[in-house]
Design a protein around this ligand. Sequence first.
Ligand code: AMP
Ligand code: MG
Length: 324
Amino acid sequence: MEQSVEPAVVRMSRFAMACNFEVLLWGRQRDYLEAAAQQALEDVRVLEGQLSAYQLLSEVDQINAAAASRPVRVSPQVFGLLEQAIRISTETGGAFDITVGPLVRCWGFYQRSGRVPSAQEMETARAVVGYQHLRLHHKSMSVSFDAEGVEINLGAVGKGYAVDRIVEYLVSLGIPGALVDAGRSSSYALGTQPAGEAWRLGVEHPLDPDRRVAVLSVSNVGVSNSGPTQQFFEADGVVYGHIIDPRTGWPAQGILSAVAIAPTAAESDALSTAFAVMGVEATRAYCEAHSGVRALLVPRPQAGDRVAPVAVGLNEQELEWMVL
Ligand code: AMP
Ligand code: MG
């Protein structure tokens, strides 16, 4: 008689890229799954050594140190990620921009002590912000800046990229299902849960982490969440969040939380940041023009009003609203 074997489920996590990476995977052999999860998480450390703007001699650090004076050669992975970042900048009309660092700094967010900058500080920063300052040289696989003071930071896309690399590795091992998450802000749902259902991901209420506004049922997509409530300060009754509109230099205002669903976690990561800047109508236009991309946005309510989330492109099977 044939015996049905319960699949093994393994969950493992590790701190990297300033957040907790977690892998939940299932399959037939526990030992095999544990070794896979361990290796996948170790590889994130290697990626961090390439992508971090804060690690001395990382590829990004080397770019920032020298690309204003000469083209800096980079690995194929970093080159590909830069190409993807620039493509998303173009497609979002500059709402997503990996050169936004000088503005993030002048609003005090790198120092974690927010303040409203002077008009002069903001002008100085704006002069060196803009993905148009980046030059990618395909033949030599190198990158240069067209001005002194330009810098790149992959903070809004790197975690999603790392999640994709983990997923790629798990797929290469034949793992049938996994949920890979970075810092509860970017994840990828590979395959299904052991019993064949889609993975279920809760969407947090941006003003009350104990509640959810919705649950998404998804499979083989990246899901990311961005919003000013993750880091902000208040001055003269106005709340300023860490997501900056690179085109105006000011923190994005209208959206409390933006969830993006996309074919990869790098895309969903970059797009959730962009959607928090773009607001509902521009996000809707983006999703209509890009198949496979959908969103859930929570606009900032008027004082006294309840939050009223907006779904863009999500169907009934994927989206279940929670009673608010
Ligand atoms: P995320 O949590 O993925 O939305 O990334 C937010 C972080 O990316 C911020 O803390 C900033 O360091 C940086 N950032 C802020 N605004 C933007 C933007 N418009 N495009 C790209 N990166 C940004
Ligand atoms: Mg992001």
